[in-house]
Design a protein around this ligand. Structure first.
Ligand code: C2E
Ligand code: MG
Ligand code: MG
Ligand code: MG
Length: 293
């Protein structure tokens, strides 16, 4: 119990808490209707291959345009969606919408793009997720190897048996898997090596400390990169914001980066123009590199 919490300090019944509980209930009701009211939207953030400089794919990131509160970030409603089970419906919507969007980009010639979609713990525990994914892929004509599902260590560990079985079935279909926010969870390495993974995404917190030489964050990032390479996993750094971080990651042998340095998450309509700009820039940048003595 907190020091000084006397007998009059019944926090649970304070009007303040009551108001907050009320707000939460109201938000939950709003969220329940968000899909049918078309208030959810997706932004897409590019991920670049460090070796080739090419964009490998994009991660779909959900946002909620609330009629009264404005744009709400996923960290402010995904936990509530998880708690209430609404995440299942939202997750379906995200997967369907993102795959339909990828289909349109593929029709415009972007046939190498990999689409990354975040999965929550609840979705991983749902029997039949593999069938849902198969249906979504079939409906959108997106090949399984163009879909990368991002899961976290903790979401997998909530029901390891079920998650492993599910991941294996999806892997058999050709779907790719990445561990998101790697390094922040409680990793069971013996279990991790059984998972059919293709990639690890180093959590942004470790990338921030990369510039301080000799720091713990840098040591952890280096260790994750070294381990990924030995385990034949792609390793992607999240939250890369500076050129210095990019160069450091490149010299450590990191496969890919994602972060504000490259681009912020953007609406689907903006991506084609951004990709064209990036390709043009990259072409001229590699021309220069080629002509260097
Ligand atoms: P995440 O999957 O690790 O996504 C990366 C987050 O880092 C995104 O935040 C992105 O905007 C942010 N980010 C990217 N580059 C940088 C950078 O250079 N600097 C900084 N400071 N941040 C950067 P966002 O979009 O707010 O999403 C937060 C989290 O919400 C995601 O983390 C993911 O765990 C969850 N999320 C987002 N969309 C979905 C979804 O469709 N389903 C589920 N289950 N979770 C989602
Ligand atoms: Mg992610
Ligand atoms: Mg992450
Ligand atoms: Mg995250």
């Amino acid at each position: 119990k907190a020091k000084g919490a006397g007998r009059n300090d019944y926090r649970f019944f304070s009007p303040e808490m009551d108001a907050r509980a009320h707000d939460k209930l109201r938000l939950e009701n709003d969220l329940r209707r968000a899909i049918e009211r078309h208030e959810l939207l997706l932004h897409y953030q590019p991920q670049m291959d460090l070796l080739t400089g090419k964009v490998r794919g994009v991660e779909a990131l959900v946002r909620w345009l609330h009629p009264r509160l404005g744009l709400i970030a996923p960290n402010d409603f995904i936990p509530l969606a998880e708690e209430t089970g609404l995440i299942l419906e939202i997750g379906d919507w995200v997967l369907n919408t993102a795959c339909q969007q990828l289909r349109r980009w593929r029709e415009q010639g972007q046939t190498d793009l990999v689409l990354a979609v975040n999965l929550s713990a609840r979705q991983l525990q749902r029997p039949g997720l593999d069938l849902g994914v198969a249906r979504t892929l079939a409906a959108s004509g997106v090949p399984a190897h163009c879909l990368e599902l991002e899961i976290t260590e903790s979401s997998v560990m909530q029901d390891p048996e079920q998650a492993l079985a599910l991941l294996r079935r999806l892997h058999q279909m050709g779907v790719l898997f990445a561990i998101d926010d790697f390094g922040t969870g409680y990793t069971n390495f013996a279990y991790l090596k059984q998972l059919p993974l293709q990639a690890l995404k180093i959590d942004r917190s470790f990338i921030q400390g990369l510039s301080q030489a000799g720091g713990d964050d840098a040591a952890i990032a280096e260790a994750i990169i070294a381990m990924s390479r030995k385990m034949n996993l792609r390793v992607i750094a999240e939250g890369v914001e500076t050129e210095e971080q990019r160069l450091r990651l490149q010299s450590l042998g990191c496969d890919g980066i994602q972060g504000y340095l490259l681009a912020r998450p953007m609406p689907a309509e903006a991506l084609m123009a951004w990709l064209a700009g990036h390709a043009a820039h990259h072409a001229s940048a590699s021309d220069m590199a080629d002509t260097e003595p």
